[in-house]
Design a protein around this ligand. Sequence first.
Ligand code: KG4
Ligand code: ZN
Length: 345
Amino acid sequence: MNVLGIESSCDETAAAVVADGRHVMSSIVASQVELHAAYGGIVPEVASRQHLIWIIPVVRQALEEAKIGWADLNAIAVTKGPGLAGSLLVGVNAAKAIALARGLHLIGINHIEGHIYANWIYGREPTFPLLCLIVSGGHSDLILMRGHGDYQLLGRTRDDAAGEAFDKAARILKLGYPGGPAIQAAADKGRHGRVRLPRAWLGQSFDFSFSGLKTAVLRLTEDLSNRGLLVEECDGEGQEEKAGLVTSCDLALGFEEAVVDVLVEKTRRAAEDFAVKEVLLAGGVASNTLLRSRMAERVPLPVFFPPPRLCTDNAAMIASCGYFKLKQGARDSLDLDVHPNLKLA
Ligand code: KG4
Ligand code: ZN
């Protein structure tokens, strides 16, 4: 079954063709990152207008790269929420128009569920019950999954999402946007043990909190800067060694380690408490290399994560999720609407 996936919940206009929920025939992602970079974050009106310009060319390119025509499609899966209302509307209306014109089945997908299903692509069948850590720009959820479509929310963020924390810390450290990849690159040049930042454990809860950490980065940066101890470049040719200064890269590493520690430890404990068979990572932050390696090191179970291009927003994950829902008989009518605050569990 060939499913066309459409994703436009945030700042990526994406379309993909996926065969049988597992084989990516094409996956086009038109990113608006550069458009929003000047503002240090996403401007909703700018995003929806750009989706409108790109949606049809991106869908056409997805069909071209898959080397198929409209007649070879069996269904369309589109993100219906959560996300920016104006952005979601562009994808949902394009999907409805194509479904109507071509007589195709239509299914609306929860974006978060799509992220989880990126783990089904390329043929491996995850084993239930499993634990999924979804860490993106808008979410940090720890979810117990006992079967397809069966979700129990064990923990979520009480303030900033993990990706949001990366983006805010990167802004404080003047590392650029989006923050995740920028912090990761800077942290690679950071020196271990220079900066130790607090971890919010919140007792036995599986919830997360990252806003205190962000404030700690801000305070420490200001303090070091006031005392003339902050070096904004990391390649100071060893100067910082002599003077005992702290670089932005040391701060980036301290921040990355604090986020990863909490994510890994809570996942490890939940995996043990709920006796799951494996652990999945999903969402943009799941492409973080330190998170991937620490999780695999510290969780005594098989740990899986999609390749980076399937961790960040894409439409292949939406098509894959759509396939499994369609197989179970789910369909939406042309009344399908957007749900900006849609919840998973
Ligand atoms: O899943 P995603 O593409 O969009 C949402 O649904 O939010 O996630 C985007 C988030 C951004 O906050 C970005 O900074 C973060 O994922 N991210 C990373 C990395 N790559 C992207 N965070 C940490 N390390 C990375 N390598
Ligand atoms: Zn996402």
